[in-house]
Design a protein around this ligand. Structure first.
Ligand code: THU
Length: 136
């Protein structure tokens, strides 16, 4: 099933509203569900020293890992504007660390879902943990 549950959208929207983005004025919210059914959320957190900005996806993933979970089942990202707010390249790689190529990435705005991709769609032929699995 590719349709995200309503809870995932609502949690992403709540995170979107908590965004700290005074410099870009571009709030982003993210909610992820783990394979065990737990939810974690994140928003973008900007900084006067611009390059220190944290993306919403990075914030959500850090919440998840800090709570001891490491497997993303699906993820919902909310942004604004005409263009789909797909995860930036760095965040695709961050998601890759804790997901599979079939993991669903839902993209929406404050009104709801706009598109769904798999991680494999957004980051094909990825470098990941499997690259570092080698026998001594
Ligand atoms: N941003 C995210 O939070 N996630 C992304 O994947 C793309 C960009 C944020 C970072 C910055 O605060 C704002 O969007 C504009 O780049």
């Amino acid at each position: 099933m590719t349709t995200p549950d309503k809870t995932l959208f609502e949690k992403a929207l709540a995170a979107f509203k908590r965004s700290y983005s005074p410099y870009s004025q571009f709030p982003v919210g993210c909610a992820l569900k783990t394979t065990s059914g737990n939810y974690y959320t994140g928003c973008n957190i900007e900084n006067a020293s611009y390059s220190l900005t944290l993306c919403a996806e990075a914030t959500a993933i850090s919440q998840m890992v800090n709570e001891g979970l490491q497997k993303i089942d699906e993820i919902f990202v909310i942004g604004q504007g005409d263009a789909l707010c797909t995860p930036c390249g760095a965040c695709r790689q961050r998601i890759r660390e804790f997901a599979t190529e079939d993991t669903l990435i839902h993209i929406g705005d404050t009104h709801g879902l706009r598109a769904t991709f798999t991680l494999g769609d957004l980051l094909p032929h990825s470098f990941g943990p499997h690259n570092l699995e080698h026998s001594a």
